[in-house]
Design a protein around this ligand. Sequence first.
Ligand SMILES: C[S@@+](CC[C@H](N)C(=O)[O-])C[C@H]1O[C@@H](n2cnc3c(N)ncnc32)[C@H](O)[C@@H]1O
Length: 376
Amino acid sequence: MSYSHVMRIDIVTLFPEMFAGPFDISIIARARESGLLEIALHNPRDYTADKHHIVDDYAYGGGPGMVMKPEPLFDCVDAVRAAGPRGRVVLLTPQGRVLNHQVAAELAREERLILICGHYEGVDERVRESLADDEISIGDYVLSGGEPAAIVLVDAVARHQPGVLGSAASLEEESHAQGLLEYPQYTRPPVFREMAVPEVLLSGHHAEIEKWRRQQSVLRTARRRPELLANATLSAAERRLVEAESGGEVSATPALLRVAVPVSDIERAAAFYAAALGTPGARVAPGRHDFDCGRIVLACVESADGEARPNAQPICFAVPDLAAAFERVREAGCQWIERRPKTRDGGERSFQARDPFGNPLCFVDERTASGSGRKE
Ligand SMILES: C[S@@+](CC[C@H](N)C(=O)[O-])C[C@H]1O[C@@H](n2cnc3c(N)ncnc32)[C@H](O)[C@@H]1O
């Protein structure tokens, strides 16, 4: 098998010996051996001009601890970059954006990453300002150095490299891949200390197993990390399951915002709503009036009078809070057509507005709707 994407990761660290071990076993070691991943370590101490190889100094203005000097870090990264592609320079810092599934997938698309591990009180601010392209934190706590963070990042990113995991399905099914936690896993024996494996998993009935796993995944997420459900795509039945589970307190009920946008206008409208709502939209097949509505949604499916528009392209946006969503699009130039919710066929309560391009919007309180959502 051949893979076009070989990833190169350069790690700038004062303590290269900390990486012996984590990169030499298991999946990372195999990825390196098969040439899918190249890792190189560089010590900024080797880029100092003084005889004591000083890499840190006191903080201007006083305060505890030492700060990593800019010159060895800039010189080290310049030298690393001189060979091969420029790469994306990532500073590991507790002040960066927090690493998650999406960030790992994004970084995995880079041809080359250059990771800078800080130490002591951190690095001179000019490294952050002028050398780093990105800043990543592995969580809201402070480590003594960037090395453990770099190990975590390399592992999370490497898993997204085609060919690194035995099966691409493992990555897709794992926790966070679809905004849900993974279902419970069991292996032999079927009964251990009187704890039995759920019968469905022993049944050999693949459709039933899939159904059970999906349900467990949804329930598990609702119990442990309900906030993740805001970005998960759930069917109407799954939403009801979540609501029953949370006693109605954690509502996965979507607020539904529909917009009729002519196909000719779709790119402009999609960009407008993505910017206004602060989230990228997902296209729904033209002509579909039923769609997966997790915590949704904006879909261009109707005109102001409720008639379907055959040339309209649906777009969906995850909108956790309908009122907040409307406030955002109102600030972006949308105006009310009617302010009072109306009860429409199927019982849903809705009201109308118009966007700056003249497209009608229809806001629907999905909790009152009986007809929308994925057909089950
Ligand atoms: C003791 S920390 C410095 C913390 C810094 N004084 C602050 O308060 O932001 C030393 C180094 O550890 C690394 N580090 C600490 N916590 C981290 C985290 N949560 N994620 C990524 N890197 C971290 C960074 O490279 C940082 O420069």
